[in-house]
Design a protein around this ligand. Structure first.
Ligand code: KIV
Length: 269
């Protein structure tokens, strides 16, 4: 492991120094390799790949085998880059018991080569997190809008709006810290609540749709790159319009093949 590799300890140190943490999702080796020169701190092999890569409506159908496959590709592409690789444990790979979670997380580290795992849930999942962390597996928590529970939540809605729901999320965050989580993702909650949770925790919070006062931010890479023109949620900032570049490039290729412009002598043996 290179000396400069970001670790769960260095992420905590960033919080104490007031340095913002950067995290992006990543699903394959090509993008992981491109990420090496960007300075991104954490690559999240998110189960959002169910929607982004597999074309599902939710993350629920994603399997442990799917996650191991993508994680291993990302770690290969990251190579000796600095980014820490954390991989989601998918739906039903950790819900049955802390022992099941330990088996799934162990597989993610051994076969997927992840450096830590992320799982969704609050107080109810704390004993599972304790089991993993006491076995030497670093865990990132995830509360607020938890996509694996989308059918129970009834849609992609802002969480923690009522006083009761906000109090519960604060209690959940504290329970995750107490159980040994090294960071917590806060997804789609009011900025004021994210700020309160961030101040209450000594571990970093990483927000998505949770305002500016989290210790770090995460976005889905394909959203940052503008790969889905019809997907425009309020919390995403698009830094490129790759969908258009890709469509233009591929249309030009088709045009050139049809017209006989490609391959030219230059591209022939
Ligand atoms: O799966 C994922 O991409 C995530 C992020 C949106 C936090 O969990």
């Amino acid at each position: 492991m290179p000396h400069s590799r970001i670790s769960t300890t260095s992420l905590r140190q960033k919080k104490s120094r007031g340095e913002r943490i950067t995290m992006l999702t990543c699903y394959d080796a090509t993008f992981a390799k491109l990420m090496r020169s960007t300075g991104v701190d954490v690559l999240l092999v998110g189960d959002s790949l169910g929607m982004v890569i597999q074309g599902e409506d939710t993350t629920v159908p994603v399997t442990l085998d799917d996650m191991v496959y993508h994680c291993r590709a990302v770690v290969r592409g990251r190579g000796d880059g600095q980014a820490h690789v954390v991989c989601d444990l998918p739906f039903m790979s950790y819900h049955l018991s802390p022992e099941q979670a330990l088996q799934s997380a162990g597989r993610m580290l051994q076969d997927g080569r992840a450096e830590s795992v992320k799982l969704e849930g609050g107080t109810e999942i704390a004993p599972t997190i304790k089991r993993l962390t006491s076995s030497g597996i670093p865990v990132m928590g995830h509360i607020g809008l938890t996509p694996q529970s989308i059918h129970q939540l009834g849609g992609w809605k802002v969480q923690g709006r009522s006083e009761h729901a906000a109090d519960k999320l604060l209690t959940d965050a504290l329970a995750l810290e107490e159980a040994g989580a090294y960071a917590v993702v806060l997804e789609t909650i009011p900025a004021s609540l994210a700020s309160k949770i961030t101040n209450a925790l000594s571990i970093p919070t990483i927000g998505i749709g949770a305002g500016a006062n989290c210790d770090g931010q995460v976005l889905v890479l394909y959203d940052v790159l503008g790969m889905s023109p019809d997907f425009n949620p309020k919390f995403v900032k698009r830094y490129a319009n790759l969908a258009q570049h890709i469509q233009t490039a591929c249309s030009e290729y088709c045009r050139d093949v049809r017209s006989g412009e490609f391959p030219s002598d230059e591209h022939s043996h």
